[in-house]
Design a protein around this ligand. Structure first.
Ligand code: GLA
Length: 729
């Protein structure tokens, strides 16, 4: 899959479906040749430069010989397509790595020294990575040397079998005797010859996450980023470029994601030449990492997903790759129980009897895992107190009785934590005020009455770990909802000296991962669900440890369906936490059908459900038991009609053996006398399928080319329907 041609000096990564190649030029720079569908012909320097060879020289003054020299390879640094651009020279389009070396110089330029190719991928030390077996992928590791300072750069590229995915990352190693400053440590550079793309990204705010935005790539610089200290509501790290003629099913689309949960920057730069430089990685705002002698810095892994079959083609690659290579399958492949979460039903206002009555009534609608959300610990009766004091408030709740009751009823039990936060009223803050970010500042920003714990300090992480272990060793829980309810304001840590304050944003994320990885290792049977004020940390770093993430605090079915639709462009449905609540806009049945296209669960006061509502929900519960695991959890979703641009929604999820599919249809507005033909995707052409809309049997090819015929006037406003399309035996 990965080759190096000694004669042409070309590296090629090829999995039979995509090809990525670059040249090692005579000066030791790596020049990008090609990224796209599999190419039979091997590329060379000549194919890269066409007839323009003589016009591409770069001159420099050589201090050894005191003479002006020309790069023999006619390599023109200001326009070349590069794997790792230089910084501080004449190429001003942006470099992935910037080092300030001990002399104070910002010049950064890496020259090839060696390479190795091996099966599999190396694990990162402190960061989540890719879960693979050796046979799943092959890695090219190139070692480069900085020209002026004793700094080694290891550039890793991995290509995967069966997935049109390439990952990239760097390691920067200080081999000198003095400390240096790493001012930028991105994970990926990709130089493309054309900038005729649309930049697709997912912005938002609390309760309105991941709006699908499309902007043309313009001349100059564009940045999609987070500096909120978490991957954020404001932008999601999943970003893609679609060629200007691409559709949902045709054309070139290149997706990007980062296995990281903190600040990130995705940057495009195009100039008069109309070529495009893409840089992606840790946000370099206030980033200044001091690299001590012999210290190594590893960047998160960035992923590039390729599709020549449009946006849905890309989505399928993302969903399948994440399921196979990011999510912990040991937990995920077990049956996922239907969750009942206490939050929206009773907020902080509960006692043991009320919770037991909730559990009892939640069973009527099929709840299999009862989650006690916020409010069970410390003095937590509102959001002014308790965070940081992770012991049961036994004057409020007899947790042993609740858990025993659940287990006796054959229900699992789950609990809520928000490990990275503290209330100023808590015992922890009173004892250790130095444990917060911004300690000793005259004014510390408060959000939801809470401060942020300084997880860059290992002692703080340890203190929370000890508290959680004490709790978890006593109370047998099956599930943890891990919340993070504010973004980072002050990123000052009193634990680190002046010279290391530029490391705090990143070290906070490392603290989050260290706690998560210790707990998930110690309690492998517990299902962790990520959450951050709704969906502010919906990212691959979190998914590495938590197979599902609460998608949003917004459960208005109309808004919710857009959030789920957009999120599922880049992430599998099995990861998208979604519950039915008591929003009055539509019936319970409609809300349940929408939640079904996610993890599925409930969040309301179950004591108030009418018999007819219990019946509606029971219908969907039956569907859940029959199809959720095979079609939604393990299947792939296609995006047939987009709620962002039409008043109708259609999502189709197909099981991995292509024997069953479920189609979610929803009207936002009624439409009279209008017949539709909805062409389905993902079915097997030669199979025969019966649909339960008109009960007709047709081949997969028919559904693909002719489509399913229906009229929207059968649906009222906000009405929803799930149609089954099942292979005939
Ligand atoms: C966040 C979550 C909610 C709930 C509350 C509890 O807002 O998104 O689901 O857990 O916190 O305080």
């Amino acid at each position: 899959m990965i080759t190096f041609n000694q004669k042409t000096k070309v590296f090629t990564l090829d999995n039979g479906s995509i090809t990525y190649s670059f040249l090692l030029n005579e000066e030791g720079f790596l020049e990008t040749l090609y990224y796209g569908p599999h190419l039979n012909e091997e590329l060379s320097k000549e194919s890269l430069r066409g007839g323009d060879i003589d016009n591409c020289s770069t001159e420099y003054f050589d201090t050894d010989s005191n003479k002006e020299k020309t790069f023999p390879d006619h390599f023109k640094s200001t326009t070349a397509s590069l794997e790792i651009a230089t910084h501080g020279y004449l190429d001003k389009r942006g470099a992935p790595i910037i080092i300030q070396n001990p002399t104070g110089s910002y010049q950064t330029s890496f020259i090839f020294s060696s390479y190795q190719i091996f099966d599999g991928i190396k694990e990162l030390k402190d960061l989540p990575g890719i879960r693979t077996k050796k046979k799943d992928c092959e890695t090219l590791e190139i070692t480069l040397q900085e020209q002026e300072a004793p700094v080694k750069l290891v550039y890793s590229l991995t290509i995967f079998t069966g997935f049109d995915v390439i990952s990239k990352s760097f390691q920067i190693i200080n081999e000198g005797e003095e400390s240096l400053h790493l001012l930028r440590a991105f994970s990926l550079e990709l130089d493309l010859l054309s900038s005729s793309y649309t930049l697709n990204h997912f912005d938002g705010v609390w309760a309105n996450e991941r709006n699908w935005n499309r902007n043309p790539v313009v001349q100059g610089e564009q940045r999609i980023s987070s500096n909120y200290g978490r991957s954020s509501h404001e932008e999601n790290p999943f970003v893609f470029l679609s060629s200007t003629d691409a559709s949902m099913t045709t054309g070139e689309v290149i997706g990007f994601n980062l296995i990281y949960s903190g600040n990130f920057t995705f940057r495009t730069f195009s100039d008069y030449s109309k070529s495009l430089r893409i840089l992606y990685g840790l946000n370099d705002e206030d980033f200044d990492y001091q690299l001590a002698p012999r210290q190594k810095f590893e960047t998160p892994i960035a992923l590039m997903f390729y599709s020549s079959c449009g946006v849905d083609g890309l989505s399928v690659v993302c969903q399948q790759f994440i399921k196979k290579h990011i999510i912990n399958q040991q937990i995920d492949h077990n049956y996922k129980p239907i969750i009942f979460n206490s939050w929206e039903g009773c907020l902080f206002d509960f006692n043991t009897d009320k919770i037991i009555s909730y559990i009892k009534d939640s069973e009527k609608i099929g709840s299999e895992l009862f989650v006690l959300d916020d409010g069970w610990f410390g003095r937590r009766n509102d959001d002014y107190d308790g965070l940081g004091d992770w012991h049961v408030n036994s004057s409020k709740i007899d947790l042993h009785r609740v858990i025993d009751y659940c287990h006796q009823e054959k229900l699992k039990f789950g609990i809520w934590f928000e490990p990275e936060m503290v209330n100023p009223n808590s015992d922890l803050f009173k004892k250790h005020p130095e444990y917060v970010l911004g300690y000793n500042h005259k004014a510390m920003t408060i959000s939801r009455h809470q401060l942020v714990l300084d997880f860059s300090n290992p002692e703080v992480v340890d203190c929370i770990y000890q508290q959680m272990v004490l709790f978890l060793d006593e109370y047998p829980v099956d599930y943890i909802k891990w919340d993070h309810n504010r973004s980072i304001g002050e990123h000052y840590s009193s634990y680190y000296p002046f010279s290391q304050q530029g490391e705090i944003y990143h070290r906070l994320v490392l603290g989050y991962y260290s706690l998560l990885s210790r707990l998930t290792k110690r309690y492998p049977q517990i299902l962790f669900e990520g959450c951050a004020s709704g969906g502010a940390r919906f990212d691959l770093g979190t998914l590495y440890y938590c197979p599902q993430i609460w998608a949003s605090d917004e459960s208005d079915p109309l808004q919710r369906i857009s959030i789920q639709y957009n999120t599922s462009l880049g992430y599998p449905l099995s990861t998208i936490g979604s519950h039915v609540n008591n929003n009055p806009l539509t019936s319970y049945k409609t809300k349940a059908m929408i939640a079904f296209f996610g993890t599925y669960g409930y969040e309301m006061n179950p004591n108030n459900l009418k018999t007819s509502e219990v019946e509606e929900l029971s219908e969907i519960k039956e569907l859940y038991h029959q199809y959720h695991q095979s079609v939604v959890e393990d299947g792939v979703v296609y995006h047939l009609m987009n709620p962002n641009i039409s008043d109708f929604v259609a999502l189709e999820s197909v099981s991995s053996n292509q024997e069953s599919a479920l189609l979610l249809l929803m009207n936002k507005l009624k439409d009279h006398d209008h017949y539709y033909s909805l062409k389905l995707l993902g079915l097997k052409d030669e199979y025969q399928y019966q649909n339960d809309l008109d009960n007709q049997v047709h081949s997969g090819q028919y559904y693909r080319l002719v489509g399913l015929r229906f009229s929207r006037s059968w649906f009222n406003e906000f009405n929803c329907r799930i149609i089954k399309i099942i292979k005939k035996k």
